[in-house]
Design a binder for this molecule. Structure first.
Ligand SMILES: Nc1ncnc2c1ncn2[C@@H]1O[C@H](COP(=O)(O)OP(=O)(O)O)[C@@H](O)[C@H]1O
Ligand SMILES: [Mg+2]
Length: 249
């Protein structure tokens, strides 16, 4: 379970989070949406302890990670598979070396069990036989999938995805959405997906929050967000830029 209480974060005078709180139950798939710059990645980085809040708390399984030392955080991170927005693969390493690096850092695997885990995780995202390729030889969709394979390889209890489908064509978007759904049922994983694709919200998540001006503008199911009368919500999901004209005048 993840519990976030009254999170505040300011960078150089810019208030990015102004009192954000929510709970994600075990096994749930939770979406975080909001326009570019609304603080989605900043929020996700708080969930893995990469950023510390100015005010507020982040709990993961009864552990207060917002106040944890780096050494203790390492143990929590062993439970979290993180898929970064820009893939974050090391360009000078092969696909398998990229995955091995994460496995060596976050698990005790070595030797043939390490190699087996690499093979298994690549197969689970449909990338059998790509072990020796360099990231530069991969398409955008393949890079994303290697990023997912690397995250799932540690057999995490939590999977966090930052914009897993941004910049991909509709078919690859569907492939990634299916993988997110597959890992959630296969492994009973608690999942957090940051996205600005409504298709991912409708197709994948159980519950979604919309970040707006540092606060939660909406918190509910994908069904509810479709029915919302809130103008900020409507503008976000329809992309109709004229809806808020009167308010901003
Ligand atoms: N480390 C940082 N230092 C200063 N400003 C930051 C930092 N990280 C994020 N920001 C700012 O916080 C705001 C929210 O960023 P981000 O969470 O990346 O937005 P998004 O919703 O697009 O993921 C942006 O204005 C960004 O410039
Ligand atoms: Mg972001």
């Amino acid at each position: 379970m993840i519990k976030v209480n009254d999170l505040h974060k300011t960078f150089e005078g810019k208030q990015v989070l102004r009192g954000v709180g929510f709970t994600v139950n075990t096994g749930e798939t939770f979406g975080i949406i909001g326009k570019s710059g609304s603080g989605k990645s900043v929020l996700l980085k708080h969930l893995i302890g990469l950023l510390k809040p100015d005010v507020g708390e982040v709990w993961i399984d009864d552990k207060l990670i917002s106040a944890m030392s780096f050494r203790k955080l390492q143990r929590v991170r062993e439970k979290i598979g993180m898929v970064f927005q820009f893939g974050a693969l090391f360009d000078s390493m092969t696909v398998s070396e990229n995955i091995e690096l994460a496995l060596k850092k976050l698990t005790k695997l070595s030797g043939s069990s390490l190699n087996d885990r690499v093979t298994e995780s690549l197969a689970s995202v449909g990338l059998e036989g790509t072990e020796k390729l360099m990231p530069s030889e991969l398409s955008g969709g393949m890079k994303k999938r290697v990023g997912i394979a690397r995250a799932i390889a540690i057999k995490p209890e939590y999977m966090f995805y930052d914009e897993p489908t941004t910049g991909l064509d509709p078919v690859m978007t569907d492939t990634i959405n299916r993988l997110i759904k597959k890992f959630k049922t296969d492994e009973r994983i608690t999942t957090v997906v940051v996205t600005h694709e409504m298709l991912t919200v409708y197709d994948v998540v159980d519950r979604v929050i919309l970040l707006h001006e540092g606060k939660i503008q909406f918190d509910g199911t994908p069904e509810d967000i479709k029915k919302s009368d809130d103008l900020v919500v409507k503008q976000f999901i329809t992309g109709d830029s004229t809806l808020l004209l009167q308010e901003s005048r």
